[in-house]
Design a protein around this ligand. Structure first.
Ligand code: CP3
Length: 343
């Protein structure tokens, strides 16, 4: 049995106090993040400067003592490594060159070239694996192919992933070729993160909830299954967390269908429901609404306790249901942690 709490939960152990980390724990709600981000100049420079990316990864560990650190990077570095133009417009989010035609697709580079762009990320991982406290688990990550494709097709974030759904309907062969390229790149990218020292990897399928029926199976479940199988073949025993956000009923059976060791839950599902229907298959992660990090107070305490209790009979990693927002109060994060740990 491993001794780090996150690894124990991922191995299926029910712990008396669930281990904790938080999506976007290195982020704009922290003054020390904003200072380092300023020093880096812009968001992408921060991602590609290993010393600074490692520094912001460590900040929430120093401040709060989370049980896991998540590599500081972004899911859109993979499209960039495949040749997409990428920039982050402050206050507006990401902008990418679009892939909607065969000619756009043909301009993308081969998977074998991605490491040239992504090697600073592997360097960040190796710095972290040396510098993290002994009991802190290092989580690597990538976007799941569908979610990454939604940004590559639209060239930006979209409320309903309309452009990706349109390409899927109009040119399914091209849509599937793009998903295939992203899937292969994701396997190579995550594999290098593991070689550099990541102990767990997480696949973020933030827009899985907009896929339904057979599309969910083909474009959320199947790529996750393939990525997980290939990673586990190369790195036996590697624990994987899958996050098919807003999957609703499709959360049921997702561990078994993909081989994930842990399924991360968004805050639209009730913890009692998920304990009865999802946690029965293995570890779950989640699922406090991020808004509590803004509003705090007794509601935060009550909700945190309710979630801890609902999942107390099985393996559970405490987390938010999505990333913490820039307007969150750092004191509320401490209140959540103290509540989980029973202080
Ligand atoms: O969780 C962490 O602390 C690790 C780092 C991390 C970031 N992004 C840093 C980031 C992780 C795991 C991600 C994942 C990510 N990136 C996802 C999947 C998870 C999710 O939130 O659904 C997605 C969809 C992206 C794409 C992305 N990156 C968008 C749409 C944006 C702009 C929106 C925003 O919040 O401003 C980003 C920027 C981004 N990625 C920031 C951070 C800390 C904020 C950028 C800044 O500092 O200006």
């Amino acid at each position: 049995m491993p001794d780090k709490t996150i690894l124990r939960a991922l191995a299926g152990e029910t712990l008396p106090v669930p281990p904790i980390w938080m999506m976007r724990q290195a982020g704009r709600y922290l003054p020390e993040y904003r200072a380092t981000r300023e020093k880096a100049g812009d968001f992408l420079s921060l991602c590609y400067t290993p010393d600074l990316a490692a520094e912001v990864t460590l900040q929430p560990i120093r401040r709060y003592g989370f049980d896991a650190a998540i590599l500081f990077a972004d899911i859109l570095l993979v499209p960039q490594a495949l040749g997409a133009d990428l920039r982050f417009v402050t206050g507006e989010g990401p902008r990418l060159s679009t892939v909607t035609t065969q000619a756009d697709f043909d301009r993308l580079g081969p998977v074998s070239d991605i490491h040239e762009t992504l090697s600073p990320v592997y360097e960040t991982v190796s710095i972290l694996s040396r510098e993290l406290p002994r009991d802190t688990t290092l989580i690597g990550f990538a976007g799941a192919p569908w979610t990454v494709a939604t940004y590559m097709i639209a060239g930006r974030g979209t409320p309903d992933q309309g452009p990706a759904h349109a390409l899927k309907a109009e040119n399914r062969a091209l849509f599937e070729a793009l998903l295939e390229r992203i899937t292969e790149a994701t396997i190579e990218y995550l594999s290098k993160q593991v070689e550099a020292g990541a102990e767990v990897v997480k696949l973020f399928d933030s827009w899985a909830g907009s896929l339904s029926g057979a599309d969910f199976d083909a474009y959320a479940t199947a790529p996750a299954k393939r990525i997980i199988a290939e990673l586990k073949a190369r790195h036996p025993g590697l624990p994987v967390i899958a996050f098919p956000r807003e999957a609703g009923d499709k959360y049921i059976g997702f561990h078994k269908a993909t081989g994930a060791d842990c399924v991360a839950l968004d805050n639209s599902v009730a913890a009692d429901w998920a304990a009865a229907n999802v946690q029965t298959d293995g570890c779950v992660q989640g699922n406090l609404a991020p808004g509590h990090m803004v509003t705090g107070g007794q509601n935060l305490i009550d909700e945190t306790r309710r979630i801890v209790k609902a999942f107390s009979n099985g393996p559970h990693i405490f987390n938010l249901g999505h990333g913490i927002t820039p307007d969150a109060d750092p004191a509320n994060v401490q209140l959540m942690i103290d509540t989980v740990r029973g202080a």
